[in-house]
Design a protein around this ligand. Structure first.
Ligand SMILES: Cc1ncc(COP(=O)(O)O)c(C=O)c1O
Length: 333
């Protein structure tokens, strides 16, 4: 499928290793006795261990350049994969990067604030500020004023890169995935992935619909106490995408809330088991916060017959492995 004009017209910097690989998981599919599982390897997008944010940053940083920004500011948890990819992408493009990271996860590990993603942020040369969640707004306005007084022009990227500009990365991913399937003669009907700040899921839903395809996108809530919060955000981003890039039929938003566990950032037994299983059957590495919970959902949804009648299902591997080192105690306890 050729890239439609409305897709190629949006300014984008080529930062990621795209298209990402698209692979069948034959051993695991046989073991689970369900449809054939395929994985879209967005953990291979290239930026310092990869991940889904790279697709969003291709559009966000293009926008920052067009607006004449001098610095990038973004937000996340201490072990944010988004912050890590932003730090690296900004470094590559020559933007100083400032990260306001909040202590919002109650996981206890001696190196939680020094290893994993935050280690990479520091290696990338980002300014890292770790603050309590209720101090983030104040830290942001102090930082913005400081930079403005210095005559600089900061560009603020929301947590997860999830606004309509960033989500456009996943509109393009929908097109890329349809192309993968077309080349292999697969009928793409169902996609599963970890969902938290809504950009990935809203981009995919909008993208498939705008490209005229009916593909069910199941978002595995890993963040929100109430899944309705995630659904509302997805709906809002889709509305903005529709205003900017063309209307679509009223979207169906599917969020499952059964796999998050007690809270964001806390591993679940099912997630840890899924991580071991994908590693041992397919040599693939997932993480306990995001992709491992999506992998657990995929295993469970197959076991409850969710995909009966379907020949192929796609798991989008959104990355996250950089945080594994701060979850070493989850695997040993
Ligand atoms: C590894 C990983 N998977 C999935 C997600 C969820 O993507 P989104 O925030 O676009 O919903 C994130 C976002 O933080 C992530 O880091």
């Amino acid at each position: 499928m050729n890239e439609p004009d409305w897709l190629s017209a949006v300014p984008r910097l080529s930062i990621g290793h795209l298209p990402t690989p698209f692979e069948p998981l034959d051993r695991l599919s046989r073991e689970l006795g369900g449809p054939r599982i395929w994985v879209k390897r967005d953990d291979c997008t290239g930026l310092a261990t990869g991940g889904n944010k790279t697709r969003k940053l291709e559009y966000l940083l293009a926008d920052a350049r067009l607006k004449g920004a001098t610095d990038i500011i973004t937000f996340g948890a201490v072990q944010s994969n988004h912050a890590r990819q932003t730090a690296m992408a900004a470094a590559r493009l020559g933007f100083p990067c400032h990260l306001i990271l909040t202590e919002q996860v109650s996981w206890k590990n001696r190196s939680y604030a020094t290893s994993g993603n935050v280690l990479i942020d520091r290696i990338a040369g980002a300014e890292v500020m770790i603050v309590p969640p209720d101090a983030a707004a104040e830290a942001t306005s102090a930082l913005t004023s400081r930079l403005t007084e210095q005559g600089r022009s900061p560009y603020l990227i929301p947590a997860g890169g999830s606004n309509a500009t960033g989500a456009f990365g996943y509109v393009r991913a929908a097109w890329e995935l349809l192309g993968d399937c077309e080349r292999l003669g697969l009928q793409l009907r169902h996609v599963v992935h970890a969902s938290s700040s809504a950009g990935t899921q809203s981009g995919l839903i909008y993208g498939f619909s705008r490209l005229g395809r009916e593909v069910r996108v199941t978002g595995v809530n890993v963040y929100h106490d109430k899944p309705a919060t995630l659904e509302t955000r997805i709906g809002a981003i889709i509305s903005t995408l529709a205003e900017r890039h063309g209307a679509i039929a009223p979207p169906r938003i599917h969020v499952t809330d059964r796999y998050r566990g007690k809270a964001y950032g806390l591993p679940t037994d099912a997630g840890l088991d899924a991580i071991r299983m994908f590693a041992r059957f397919e040599g693939l590495l997932f993480d306990p916060v995001y992709s491992g919970k999506a992998a657990a959902a995929m295993i469970d949804l197959i076991s409850v017959g969710e995909f009966s009648g379907e020949d192929d299902v796609v798991l989008i591997h959104t990355g996250g492995q950089a945080s594994l080192s701060v979850y070493d105690n989850a695997f040993t306890s």
